[in-house]
Design a binder for this molecule. Sequence first.
Ligand code: URA
Length: 440
Amino acid sequence: MYEILQKKRDKKSLSKDEIEFIIRGYTAGIIPDYQMSSFLMATYLSEMSPKETSYLTESMLYSGETLSIAPKGVVDKHSTGGVGDKTSFIIAPIAAAAGVKVPMISGRGLGHTGGTLDKLDAISGINTSINSRSFIKQIHDIGCVFGGQTKKIAPADKKIYALRDVTATVESIPLITASIMSKKLAEGINGLVLDIKTGNGAFMSKKSQAIALGESLKNTALSFNKNGYIFLTDMSQPLGNAVGHSLELIECIEVLRGKGPKDLMNLSLELSAAMIHLGGQAKTFNKAKELANELINSGAALNKFNETIQYQGGDSSFIKNYKLLPTSEKTVHIKATKSGKVSSMNNKGIGLACIEIGGGRKVKTDKINFAAGFYFHKKIGDKVAKGDKLVSIHYDQKFKNAIPMLKHQFQEDLIEITSTSKKTLLPKLIYKRSSFWSSK
Ligand code: URA
């Protein structure tokens, strides 16, 4: 291990055997945390070649069990996460209703961003800890699963991620690539849609970093003969209008009814079209998008969402009656103190503000308040008159001390209002969409 550390420190490439030695040794508890920490920091500082990244992914992938669902038509999506990013609940049922097999394994909230698995916990009775046999059966029965990473899927990633979290080595492109791809490949996918977020609410806030991550994910996917789509999308303001667990679920159902906010609707249609195309259920992307639209209009996608929740033991009656989801005790409307138009939003600050009312965790053991959150009445480019509602805060009485501070933050910092005569740069929802296809 000492010699390998010297090599990586001196920016030399590691062989497949050397990388396997590290991952096997660390997962088995033979290599101690201090040597692994040194390896992670050396990798963070020296980076890795595409070949090394692929070896690292492979070693992490085979540190646990891999699912074998079907030889083709199995497609998942990974988003690098953000504020109000809730598309999984919309696109998984759309794609499954089109005939794609969707093993949607998601994670919990991280820092200022929310997690799909936490949002699922807002649904009474739902089980997301599904063993491999039941997981595969559910996919074959109804085409869609919402689950969490089990102990058996890429255990090396679980152990390494926990160490990265406390050694300032999370934001490394090869480490992120191997972490994401080892889990996705273990699900037995044939195709993967990658939604890479950029903007101040994303982990990769700079476009150049987000593009580099996309390239690395693409190279690794291709080295495993997988097909994919890469989207570079905006996270400089919340996606949709709702932020917070229950509020986001409600917004997803609205989209599945064809009535959701335009940005969320558009991105969901694009992402689900990519899944449908990769899953072989439409010949072209445009045909796949038409099909996605039809599946919303016919109610088939909402039915699939309902069916998936029920299959996993959840009480789906909230789909017809939103009050059956955790609901906040109080709502306060924050109003504009001046007229003009919204020119920018501090999206990371918005994610952090949600934690102040219990809508996220400050420490690992914190319990999430599912009812807590924000509903934005104005977004970038919208005209505002003094006294207009900017945002509604949904909170429980025990968080009331946070409200004066949040009111001040929303009026002074989190939502910037400038004169209507000043030009505002409207963020594009989708900066780039591309696809890649394995030659095998
Ligand atoms: N998500 C992951 O699964 N892994 C990372 O390293 C970063 C984000």
